[in-house]
Ligand binder design. Sequence first.
Ligand code: FAD
Ligand code: SF4
Length: 521
Amino acid sequence: VRHLVVVLGDQLDPLGAAFDGCDPARDAIWMAEVAEESTHVWSTKMRTALFLSAMRHFAQERRADGWTVHYRALDDADNRGALGAELVAALTHLQPQTVRLTAPGDWRVLQALRDAATAAGVPLEIEPDRHFYSDVRAFAAWARMQPELRLENFYRHLRRQHRVLMDGEAPVGGRWNFDTENRAPFDVQGPGAIPPPPQVEPDAITREVLELVRTRFADHPGGLDHFAWPVTRAQALHALARFVDERLPAFGRWQDALWPEAPWLWHSQLASALNLKLLRPREVVDAVEAAWRAGRVPLAAAEGYIRQILGWREYVRGVYWTRMPRYAESNALQATGDLPGFYWTGDAPMPCLADALRQTLDLGYAHHIQRLMVIGLYAQLLGVAPAQVHRWFLAVYVDAVEWVEMPNVLGMSQYADGGLMSSKPYIASGRYIERMSAGSYCRRCPFDPGLRTGPQACPYTRLYWDFMLRHQALLDANPRTRRQVRALERLDAAERATIRQEAEQWRAGPWHRRVAPEAPA
Ligand code: FAD
Ligand code: SF4
């Protein structure tokens, strides 16, 4: 073997940079399924199954293209269980002249593979990942010129640079941002009929993987009954086309809305295909812009969607790679609580949270506002240690890979990075959930979103006021939250004391006694 091309589970692109200059006649591909990737956080069965099935399909397709693929299966009798150990063994056995790798998404994996190549004495060539619009060096250079990091500025910079939704030097439609047209709440009628997203029927490879995961990871959380995720590039392209045709037109408007037992709404569910590299962000952005230019979707929907991919997705990657490894330790609010055990079962006493958790465990999916303003918000208001929240989010979603999950959790959701990712903590009372779901959850709830004290107080509302009292100085110093914190002035000393005391009782109450299995003892 001349070059051994390492392909990781989230690098399933045959045009990936590691393949540059390689030739199936002289070079070979190496891939490995290892238990460590499912156990370093307690991964749901759904997340593990998606990775394994997509990897097996990719290996099969490359063999059909004429490649030799050295593939380590999870159930190979002598599988060493860790990526680094497997790579050392492969390099020792195959003795390639070089090992080639597209830059991994995760810091931990990069260290492990570097160490493995050094241990085996084989030169390692790492190619920058051109899947993204922006590389990490370009992000760092941009960031150095900024007085403070803000998504909006980076997004505009990339739109200009890559000529996305531009009309000469100006943004199309004369505005960069259509947030005011997007993000409407539902009214009491709810979402009405939503085009069902495509469901991929498990084929023989996927069925074998489902069986393997069911037995091998029997004690891992979540189910597999609803597995229907794209596992090949062709399926991912089909899912993209269906999204653009059917759901994109209403995407922007209802981007932030919530409704019970409606997990998909008008979201694209393309994050897992993008993160596994079955899809390329440029083809997604180009398809969305083309749909607008052809008059098939409103500009607000196209801009709202492109902002997520060209803006947020690129931005979080820059934050991750310019701040790791210290970023993982972030805990600006000094939160030390344990994650409640019901995060792993869905058995929460609040219907809004229970719905979002159950669907996460059943489908491997929750949309952005469920992640941010229902699941993440509760952990933040409760005061859970951010590292525990991060480990949970990394374990449960089919699209969870650390470079995108960590800044979203530690930065956007928990404000643990002190304002690097978002300019203010995303905090709200139960009134927010009530408004965005037209009261549909609250009507079936034993609690009242308008009450902050007393036995019927909504847990979100109760903990929101307690959070404001606990972090009053910080919120007062931030112009974006100053108005929110002004409301505290209306509370007299007695009510403040009641809020704090009842919040403490709620925290110590029976629902929170059983903590997440991974929480430190
Ligand atoms: P859509 O709503 O259809 O959005 C379109 C696409 O934009 C997504 O597919 C995704 O690629 C991108 N996108 C949207 N928002 C973001 C964002 N904030 N950061 C980066 N990309 C974004 N996204 C992940 O891909 N993996 C994660 O592990 C992940 N964890 C998250 C944890 C928390 C606490 C929060 C608040 C957000 C997280 N996100 C994560 C971002 C976002 O919630 C998901 O990308 C989205 O919900 C996936 O569903 P979708 O494909 O239907 O997205
Ligand atoms: Fe959720 Fe509070 Fe509404 Fe109950 S009252 S559904 S806990 S927001």
